[in-house]
Design a protein around this ligand. Structure first.
Ligand code: BDP
Length: 619
């Protein structure tokens, strides 16, 4: 018997890799962020992991998931490109490995492994057993690993990651005839930082029954606030309770589950509305089972506010709103795209210092702490999917993959970020185009199939979340017919930089004419979601000249002046908050984009001081 067991173990350990199955991660597993309370455990696996590059992709057939040998060390979270002396441009397979001790008191509860970002695709093993697969950057995924773990013992966690640039992926890479000819071959203007850029955690949920998802839908009726709380649970419990508290109030509402779902609307008299000037958060606690003796508990902080739109403005709680702020990046020396809490805190401080009230999560969903801080500090967020460099021509199989990738991103982004009052609008793509090649002054092309395919993304957002606005960000020369799709028209404009270089007045005049034309035709509010100019820090000229700090400042000033003269412009986001790393190319000196109003290490350029004086005047 013992012998048989040994043979069986031997066979299972040496089974060819093709026998391993990697089911795709179920997006529903990320609906609720892991938390630690009396019913749920959480273990953060951040630290130094084992790491090994696998340029010839032999690790799988050689069974590297059984334990790495001859490995180096890597920090998780962090991008692999910045941590070594020779891996900056490496985008192929790598292996990560760590160990986690699982205590006996976790036994019997479902245990999940959640990877908060593996850019771009990952396969996961626990103790050498295949767990699953996920494709897509900057979004979390999680697997139930309960059946594969050892209790009161150390467990080996192995993650294989690759970030191959491909026209079938989003953001797109190596696009034949694409707009960027840079190295590495990203079809987008930020460095393709790869790997486990965010934390990896283990967490448990209660055994008998647990809360799977909570959706909070705020509304206002005069001075009353309404909060619809939708709860999905797994298990057999049929009742639960919601307790909303804050501002001296405590409101209880019972939940009755039918087929695992329950919904209740809580009324809050004399509600304290969430707004940038008073970002008040109520706490919403959801209990499962008898509220005196619950079987699971999950608490969220949320704000009560509405977002709507008329033909000229975005309205927050029915009041017109003007977005002042930036497009940003998760980008910092050495960390690459790795989570950096001190940088986040600093960025919020600097954004407040300039007088900004908002930002777009260009060009991918950010680490979740950004949204928590925005909720608490009263920042407004446009949450964007990683659909950058999306186009609708060429190989139809690749096009279908891009479509599916964005559908998945939309679902994952909304699942993850739906309860943040700071998020007022979803953005389904940055600068999509019907053609692979963007022609700044084109404007004429229109392809009905491309339009129909692109429209699917708006339908998906509107099906999943009716409580927010939806947009996309249009490129110079993109098809203007697409402006029929969003609630708010968002455009990136660089007249006076990429066209009419050196001529700010001509660029501003062009912007002015174009804005009037778009508004006249579509009658929707407009945000200029990107405008800016590269300024090499410390470069000056007595007469404004491109690449100097003076030019950047004057460019920004001219665009803000144009916006001020149009009451249908509802926001201006400067590109970019800070200088950032990108791929090498002839328009990217030293591999950097210098459109930041702060340097990469967060020192202000002249433009940052200018924004501070202008935005603090109450513009
Ligand atoms: C826009 C892109 C952004 C770029 C920017 C630029 O949305 O990612 O970094 O232009 O050229 O086209 O600086």
């Amino acid at each position: 018997m013992k012998k048989l067991l040994i043979v069986a173990l031997f066979l299972s350990a040496y089974r060819p890799s093709s026998a391993q199955e990697f089911p795709a991660a179920d997006p529903q597993n990320i609906a609720l962020r892991p938390i630690h309370n009396e019913f749920r455990e959480l273990m953060d696996l951040s630290g130094i992991w084992k790491f090994k590059a696998d340029p010839s992709n032999e690790g799988l057939s050689q069974g590297w998931y059984r334990g790495l040998t001859e490995y180096s060390e890597i920090a998780v979270p962090g991008s692999w490109n910045e941590q070594f002396t020779d891996m900056r441009d490496y985008m192929d397979w790598v292996w990560y490995e760590t160990e986690a001790f699982l205590p006996l008191d976790w036994k019997g509860k479902p245990v999940y492994l959640r990877i908060n970002d593996a850019t771009y695709a990952a396969k996961v093993w626990i103790n050498g057993q295949a767990v699953g697969y996920h494709e897509g950057a900057h979004v979390p995924f999680a697997f139930d690993i309960s059946e594969k773990v050892r209790w009161n013992a150390t467990n080996r966690i192995t993650i294989q990651v690759e970030n191959q640039l491909s026209p079938a992926r989003l953001p797109t890479g190596k696009v034949p005839g694409g707009s960027f000819s840079s190295f590495p071959g990203a079809n987008y203007d930020f460095f393709p930082y790869a790997g486990l850029n965010r934390s990896v955690v283990l967490f448990t949920v209660p055994k008998k029954s647990h809360i799977k998802d909570i959706t909070l839908l705020p509304d206002l009726k005069g001075e009353e606030g309404l909060l619809t709380v939708r709860v999905a649970q797994e298990g057999a419990v049929s009742t639960g309770e919601v307790v909303l508290s804050g501002d001296g109030k405590e409101i209880f509402a019972p939940l009755t589950f039918k087929n695992g779902l329950a919904e209740v609307t809580v009324t809050i008299p004399e509600v304290r509305k969430w707004a940038p000037a008073d970002p008040f958060l109520y706490s919403v606690s959801v209990a499962l089972g008898d509220h005196r003796k619950p079987v699971d508990l999950y608490e969220l902080q949320t704000g009560i506010r509405t977002v709507s739109v008329n033909t000229r403005q975005i309205l927050l709680n029915g009041e017109p709103l003007f977005l002042k702020g930036f497009g940003k990046h998760e980008d910092f020396p050495v960390l690459g795209r790795g989570t950096a809490y001190p940088v986040m805190v600093k960025d919020f401080e600097l954004m407040k210092w300039t007088g900004a009230n908002s930002f777009r999560t260009t060009h991918y969903p950010y680490e979740e702490a950004y949204y928590d801080m925005a909720d608490r500090q009263g920042f407004l967020i446009i949450g964007e999917t990683p659909a950058v460099g999306m186009f609708f021509e060429g190989d139809s199989a690749e096009l279908a993959q891009r479509q599916a990738a964005n559908q998945q991103y939309i679902e994952e982004m909304i699942l993850r970020d739906k309860n943040h009052p700071s998020v007022i609008m979803w953005c389904v793509a940055n600068e999509p185009n019907d053609k692979a090649q963007i022609g700044f002054n084109a404007g004429g092309s229109f392809d009905q199939n491309a339009y129909d395919a692109f429209a699917e993304h708006f339908e998906t957002v509107r099906r999943l979340d009716k409580s927010r606005l939806v947009t996309y960000v249009g490129v110079m020369g993109g098809p203007s017919q697409w402006f029929a799709l969003p609630d708010v028209i968002c455009i990136n404009r660089y007249w006076g930089w990429y066209t009419s270089p050196g001529n700010i007045p001509e660029g501003a005049a062009m912007l002015s004419r174009e804005l009037d034309g778009i508004h006249e035709k579509f009658n929707k509010p407009i945000i200029v979601t990107e405008f800016g100019a590269d300024a090499y820090p410390g470069m000056h000229a007595q007469q404004v000249e491109m690449f100097t700090e003076e030019y950047q400042m004057e460019f920004i000033k001219a665009y803000l002046d144009v916006a001020d003269s149009k009451d249908y412009v509802t926001g201006m986001h400067v590109w970019n908050f800070a200088d950032f790393k990108t791929s090498q190319g002839i328009i990217r000196f030293g591999g950097y984009n210098y459109k930041g109003v702060f340097t990469r290490d967060r020192r202000p350029k002249m433009a940052a001081h200018y924004l501070r004086s202008r935005w603090n005047e109450g513009d």
